[in-house]
Design a protein around this ligand. Structure first.
Ligand code: PA5
Length: 468
């Protein structure tokens, strides 16, 4: 396949004219010119490093170079060691969690733990503060040989730090007579130069992998953050990187007309729907349940990147056709605040068909001979028609198949579109200052020592008369 065409982005669907039967939802000539200028300006900011957050563009040219790196080879070697265990606990939150889980489920199955073949069961933890979650995992690892991959760039995030303390203690209790055995089972992914996790890893000699300083969590799935746990599930992480590297090349330049660069054109249409069409929500829709967690990753990528300075599209996600029987009603007839971005795959994963039955009691013989993939595809086209008719424009991203190279391409497509979108919108797509507010109040209420927390407590006492 010609790499430049691996991903197909369109504003129409087979059989429909551009813009669909909703009509009028695409930019006119004048707006296209404006969008074109904005695309070029955003591209320049990103490429030349003149935009806000320019020191966080490490992901931009990462995939093509990382595949030949010594660390990538260390990841593959570490994965082979971890694969000998029964269970891998992956501890992390936000960008240190979602990408890995999304890729593992997409490229294996959402039932991975039940159908894996010679690879460890993988459980993601440290992404909540739930006693019942910890208790369930305690029961799961009881008597099992387990490894831990703890992932935290800062090394200080409360949720993963708590989980690491808990499960590390389990590991150390298991090997209380042989502490080195516990140490051999701990793999740390963190900053190369700073943080509490780094200090502990150095002291104990745990195997270490790097979260690049110039890469925010939500842009880090193609670094050691995502690649180590993904490799442990038996996924071809080299293919994932190759797909991303091909996308890196394909989307490097804006091109002569906006549509030349599908990634940039998608970012421009997001901007158009937000600013001109007054759409407040982008609904990411997939028709493959194994992609549900990918929707969660997209929500984090766009939510943390766009949503600041009281601006930005609210990212939502849905798995169709499942959610057509819940959210579908709102999409069709609720407030007209949505547009949808639908991701589909051309090739079926299997070829399961509908059989003909002599007694057509369920009246499904009219579908006999069709594959489930064909029926799902038709459901997508019918839904896009219905949604566009109802005033919910559909953008469509299609890939040849749900394989590692295509997914690597898709990840890069969205990362770059997200950065371009942020610059078009006039926000810094690489920081997340709003996330700090809940942390600062939580630490103050929890009694964390330190001057800054004392000050927050004093502020809360003054503002709300709180007894803290
Ligand atoms: O995208 C981000 O930067 C965040 O979601 C972080 O990944 C998340 O807060 C976890 O941070 P850390 O890796 O420092 O524990």
């Amino acid at each position: 396949m010609e790499e430049a065409q691996r991903l197909c982005f369109s504003t129409a669907f087979a059989g429909g004219r551009d813009g669909g039967i909703g009509g009028g939802s695409l930019p006119d000539a004048e707006e296209r010119d404006m969008l074109s200028r904005k695309i070029v300006a955003a591209h320049d900011r990103l490429a030349k490093g003149t935009g806000d957050g320019s020191d966080m563009r490490g992901w931009l040219n990462f995939p093509a170079s990382y595949i030949d790196s010594a660390e990538f080879r260390r990841i593959l070697a570490a994965a082979e060691t971890i694969k000998k265990a029964d269970v891998l606990l992956v501890i992390g939150i936000g960008g240190s969690y979602l990408g890995a889980r999304a890729v593992v489920e997409a490229l294996t199955s959402r039932y991975y733990n039940d159908i894996r073949n010679g690879t460890p069961a993988i459980y993601f933890t440290g992404c909540n503060i739930s006693e019942s979650d910890y208790a369930a995992l305690d029961a799961i690892i009881e008597g099992k040989d387990f490894c831990i991959n703890v992932i935290s760039k800062s090394g200080t995030t409360l949720e993963p730090a708590l989980a690491f303390r808990h499960f590390r203690a389990k590991l150390e209790a298991k090997y209380q007579d042989r502490p080195k055995e516990a140490d051999k089972r701990i793999f740390v992914t963190t900053d190369a130069k700073k943080g509490a996790l780094l200090a502990q890893a150095k002291e104990r000699g745990w195997k270490r992998f790097i979260v690049p300083a110039n890469m925010g969590g939500r842009y880090s799935v193609l670094s050691a953050v995502g690649l180590l746990p993904i490799a442990c599930a038996g996924v071809d992480v080299g293919a994932l990187l190759r797909g991303a590297a091909a996308a890196q090349k394909a989307y490097a330049q804006p091109g002569a007309v906006p549509e030349d660069n599908a990634c940039y054109w998608y970012a421009a249409l997001r901007y158009h729907y937000y600013t001109r069409m007054r759409k407040a929500v982008e609904l990411f829709a997939v028709y493959e349940p194994n992609m549900t967690l990918f929707g969660e990753w997209l929500k984090q990528l766009f939510g943390e990147s766009d949503g600041k300075e009281f601006r930005g599209l609210f990212p939502a996600s849905a798995t169709f056709t499942t959610d057509l029987h819940s959210l579908g009603q709102y999409v069709q007839q609720g407030e007209r605040l949505l547009f949808e971005t639908v991701i589909t795959f051309e090739q079926p994963a299997n070829a399961l068909g509908v059989t003909k039955q002599e007694h057509n009691g369920d009246e499904l013989n009219y579908l006999a001979g069709k594959t489930l993939h064909e029926i799902n595809e038709t459901a997508f086209r019918a839904t896009a028609l219905a949604h566009q008719k109802g005033g919910c424009p559909s953008l469509h991203i299609s890939l040849p198949g749900l394989d590692a190279e295509s997914l690597g391409w898709l990840i890069y497509f969205f990362e770059k579109a997200c950065a371009i979108s942020g610059y078009m919108l006039g926000v810094n797509p690489f920081d997340q200052p709003g996330v700090e507010d809940y942390k600062s109040f939580m630490f103050a209420l929890l009694g964390k020592p330190g001057e800054e927390h004392d000050k927050t407590r004093a502020d809360l006492r003054a503002a709300y008369g709180m007894n803290i």
